[in-house]
Design a protein. Structure first.
Length: 178
């Protein structure tokens, strides 16, 4: 029903989720010459979290509004990002959320009526259904396909690479949701 309303131009539909990036490489496998060893630097510690609002319209350029945070995304951080997103909306919008504790916190649920009055409704996905949230595909592509190996050299390189991928989404980095 929401995708149909989006296709008719009645609403903007955004899928929302968080993901984290660190200096621990997300490289599932690699090819190398016999006798050659490939190694990547791996550093624990700091984590760059991204809260993304993404459209997923087949056959169109998809839109991404992203907020990066060093450290965790808690209810207060989510509310601040959501407020900024709500203020940017020009037409009725529905955001689709999973049931993470951050999204279901009392602070966030108390904000739902205000956001609804401002033209942004919230739809919660069924529990344990990440496959219904297309932004999960974005996170997978960023971590396993688009991330340059040089991003793991330092914290500054990682932040620069993540910011570049976010800025290039829909241009250089695309996903076909057909």
């Amino acid at each position: 029903m929401l995708k149909h309303a989006q296709a008719q131009g009645l609403i903007d539909l955004y899928f929302v989720d968080e993901s984290g990036f660190s200096l621990v490489p997300y490289v599932p496998y690699a090819w190398q010459e016999a006798g050659e060893t490939i190694s990547l630097p791996s550093h624990g510690g700091r984590r760059l979290n991204v809260l993304g609002f993404m459209t997923a319209r087949p056959g169109t350029d998809n839109d991404l509004v992203a907020y990066t945070v060093e450290g965790s995304i808690d209810g207060d951080t989510f509310i601040a990002c959501m407020k900024a997103f709500v203020e940017s909306r020009q037409q009725p919008t529905v955001v689709v959320l999973d049931n993470s504790p951050v999204h279901r916190s009392g602070k966030v649920e108390a904000m739902l009526p205000l956001w609804q009055q401002q033209g942004v409704g919230v739809f919660f996905l069924p529990r344990y259904a990440p496959h219904l949230n297309p932004i999960e595909i974005l996170w997978r592509k960023m971590k396993y396909e688009w991330m340059p190996l040089g991003a793991y050299a330092s914290w500054a390189c990682l932040v620069e690479a993540v910011e570049a991928m976010l800025c290039q989404f829909g241009k250089e980095h695309t996903i076909n949701f057909a």
